[in-house]
Structures are given as C-alpha cells and as structure tokens.
Design a protein around this ligand. Structure first.
Ligand code: ASP
Length: 437
C-alpha cells in the first residue's frame, strides 16, 4: 500500500500544526511520499508565506529595499524550526535566495521558495529524504506541465526511495529556471506524484473535513459528501465549490487513483473520497448543489428560427469574434437564448447585439442580466425518477421562477437559471428537498 499525502498551507502554518502532521504521517507507514505547501495563514488576518514572497520579490525587482520583508519571511521559518526544537539552520538557503532576488531570478522562483524551504523542515522533522521538485517536475518550452518527461523521471527517482518529501507548487523549465503551477498548485504536485508511483490513495490534507453538499455560507451546517466521482466533482468545482485545485484531478484520474480529502485538525473525521467511478449509490439522490451569480441571457427572437439551418452557428460566430464563450443554449421555435458570463459581454454589449441582428435578421435581440446558474449534481439522479419534479415543486413552494433548465447528456447534472435575487433561496430549497436530516 502506497499513499501520497499532500498537506495544505494551514496544515503547516506553525509549529503546532507540524506536530499534528508528523503524528498523522507516523501513524501509517504507507504514507510514504509527502508533498507540503508553504506555511499558510495562522489566523484570518495573517499572510501566507507565498504572498510574503511575492511582495518581497516585487520590492526587490523595483529596486526598493526589501530587507524588512525578507526578515519577516525568515522569522516565519525560524520560529517553526526553533519551536519544533529542530537541529537545523536555513541560513545558507536564505542567503542564496536573497542573492537570487537581487539577481532577479523571477517571480515564480520567489514564490516557489515557500514550498522549498517548508519541504526542508518537514523532511528534517520526519527524517525523510528531501527531493527538490525542480529535479523531478518539468514544464515544456511553452510553460505547460510536461507529463511525458516528469512521470518517468519521478518514477525512477522514487523507485528505491522508501520515504521522501517533495515540495509542492513548482518544477523547472527546460532552461532550468523555476516555474510554478497556478495558485493552490501544490494539489497538482501531489496528484502527479501519486500518478507516478501508482499510489493506492492520494490523501489531500486540509482544514475542512471534506466537500460539503452545499456552500456553508448559504446553507446552515450542510452535510459532508462521503463519496463523489471525478465527474461530479468537476461539475461542482466549475460552479465554484473548491477544496482541491481543479487541475489536480487529471493526473490521478487517468490512473483511477482515489483521492481522500482529510482534515489535519480532525484526522478522525472520515472526509470525502473522490473516486474514478463507483457503482455505489450516493447517500442522497443529489451529491451536491452549487451555483454562481453573474450570468446574462442573450435572447434572440425570429419567426420559425428553429427551421433556419445555421442560425445558432451564426450567433456563435459573432460571440467568437467578441471572444465570448457560452454556458447554455435553451431554445424554442421562434427563439433561442445564449447564457453567457456577464463579465465577458458587458463592455461590447451594443456591438454584440448589433452584430447578432445583422447575422440573423432577428426581429429582436435582448439581454437579461443578473442571472444565477445553479447546478444540481448527482450520479444517483440517473436512476431516480422524479428528480426534476422534486426540484420544480421545491422551488414552486418558495415562489421561485425558473428561467431555464438544462440536463446534461450524462444525466449527472441539472442546471437551472434563476434570478440572482433568488440565488440563496434556490440552493436552500433544493438542499432541503433532497437531504433529509
Ligand atoms: N503556496 C501556494 C499558494 O499559496 C501553492 C499552494 O499552497 O498550493 O498558492
């Protein structure tokens, strides 16, 4: 049994968190490869070390004195080292980093030092080997993650390494400079390492006990999702429900390696298991409900437009010219609508309307703003009759008007459009209709 375990920033924000982390790793010898983030916030008003590094490097590159900012970073690490009573010093590393800042080694290099230094401490604390991610995680010339080069290199490097710490978030470019993934990217490193060693499980340790069925800012005390498939997760993440970086799914997905989200502060909690696929039905008909505000509907009216070959294509071409992508296209006989992100159209809206009219000869093109999209997601919905009726009647009871409904062909999601003002009430109504307490 091999587990790859990734710890997020709050799990490694200060010495007492490191002690919890060591306890978790020492409790299970199959936790062999550890991927740490940089120290995160110790309280809500605190600053993540990654952000401290960005700020410090920005000052250095402007030629401004950055010594105080640099000292603050050093203090974060030195406090952890001394509180843990570790016999180690990062002084020579600090010096190197300082010199590289003066030499303008780049923002990615700067940000990556958060994970690099933290990895050194974690390795010392556990007595594990430290492997610099720059030696095993690679990007191509275009700056894209290079799986073809990375996976064999990592596999070979770890083949005879019983236990190792590989810092998250960064790797190296063909010219040996450092590059980072996007923010929160340590999740991706963990997933890559899990794929490379064919891990049995990728454990992702964070500060929540898994994915919740709904946003706790909207639904009071929502339940934790016990198991979720990759596909369901993608649908919910797209709507903004994030616990794990979206791109972290791909490397493990190909190998069907499950991911378990766990809480460093409550390790006894079961957490959420993310699976490739499962025949096991979910606990409830819906696995989760999530949504986003900020959409607009472009409504195109023309007599018998459904009989006109290419009508939708012509509208999509106009949107393409204006670099607008679409979310949904509900249609009728004399009209269809295109639901888009408000942000993507608001600057060009008059031109877009004009161009659509010209391209289609539509009798009217109108835009309705302030629309919320709500995704009801669940693998068990496919085999259940009456899902739509439960959704409709729960919203009817609340007097909420549904502007659009769209069921994906996979039948694992139903997307509704409602007015933004009904956003929270809609999510609550759906949650209550499906989740029986
Ligand atoms: N430290 C990086 C960030 O703050 C990466 C991570 O935590 O996953 O985005």
């Amino acid at each position: 049994m091999v587990k790859v375990v990734k710890f997020g920033g709050t799990s490694l924000a200060e010495a007492k968190q490191f002690i919890k982390v060591a306890g978790i790793i020492n409790a299970d010898s199959s936790r062999r490869y550890i991927v740490p983030s940089a120290p995160g916030k110790r309280s809500s008003s605190d600053t993540k070390v990654t952000d401290m590094f960005y700020a410090c490097y920005d000052a250095a590159s402007r030629g401004v004195d950055f010594s105080e900012l640099f000292e603050n970073i050093k203090k974060r690490y030195n406090d952890i080292i001394s509180e843990l009573g570790l016999d180690m010093s990062l002084e020579s590393e600090f010096e190197k980093i300082h010199n590289n800042f003066v030499g303008r080694a780049g923002r990615d290099y700067a940000a990556s030092r958060g994970e690099f230094l933290n990895g050194k401490i974690v390795a010392k604390l556990l007595g594990f080997e430290f492997i610099d991610a720059a030696d095993v995680i690679f990007f191509d010339e275009a700056g894209k993650y290079d799986a073809k080069k990375t996976i064999p290199a990592l596999r070979e490097r770890l083949a005879y390494t019983e236990h190792a710490v590989i810092p998250g978030f960064y790797g190296s470019m063909p010219n040996d400079t450092i590059r980072t993934f996007s923010r929160g990217g340590s999740d991706i490193t963990g997933s890559i390492v899990a794929a490379a060693v064919d891990a049995d499980l990728y454990e992702n340790w964070t500060d929540v006990s898994g994915f919740l069925l709904a946003d706790p800012r909207i639904v009071e005390n929502p339940e934790v999702i016990k198991s979720i498939t990759y596909r369901e997760l993608r649908e919910l993440s797209y709507m903004g429900a994030t616990v794990i970086h979206e791109d972290a799914i791909f490397p493990v997905m190909q190998k069907k390696i499950p991911i378990r989200i766990k809480n460093t502060n409550a390790p006894e909690d079961e957490g959420t298991l993310i699976l490739a696929d499962t025949d096991e039905p979910a606990e409830y008909t819906i696995t989760g409900v999530a949504g986003r505000n900020g959409f607009s509907s472009i409504n195109i009216e023309k007599y018998m437009i459904n009989n006109e070959p290419g009508a939708i294509r012509r509208v999509l071409e106009v949107l393409e010219e204006h670099k607008v992508s679409f979310e949904h296209i509900p249609s009728g006989i004399d009209n269809f609508s295109i639901v888009v992100n408000y942000e993507s159209i608001f600057e060009d809206i008059d031109d877009i309307i004009y161009d659509i009219k010209k391209a289609t000869g539509a009798s009217s093109v109108t835009v309705e703003n302030s629309i919320a999209l709500i995704a009801v997601v669940g693998r068990s919905m496919k085999a259940t009759c009456g899902v739509a009726s439960t959704i409709f009647s729960s919203l009817a009871k609340e007097n909420i008007n549904i502007k659009m409904i769209d069921q994906g062909s996979s039948e694992i999601n139903v997307v509704l459009a409602v007015s933004e003002k009904n956003y929270a009430r809609t999510i609550n109504a759906i949650y209550k209709a499906f989740v029986k307490k």
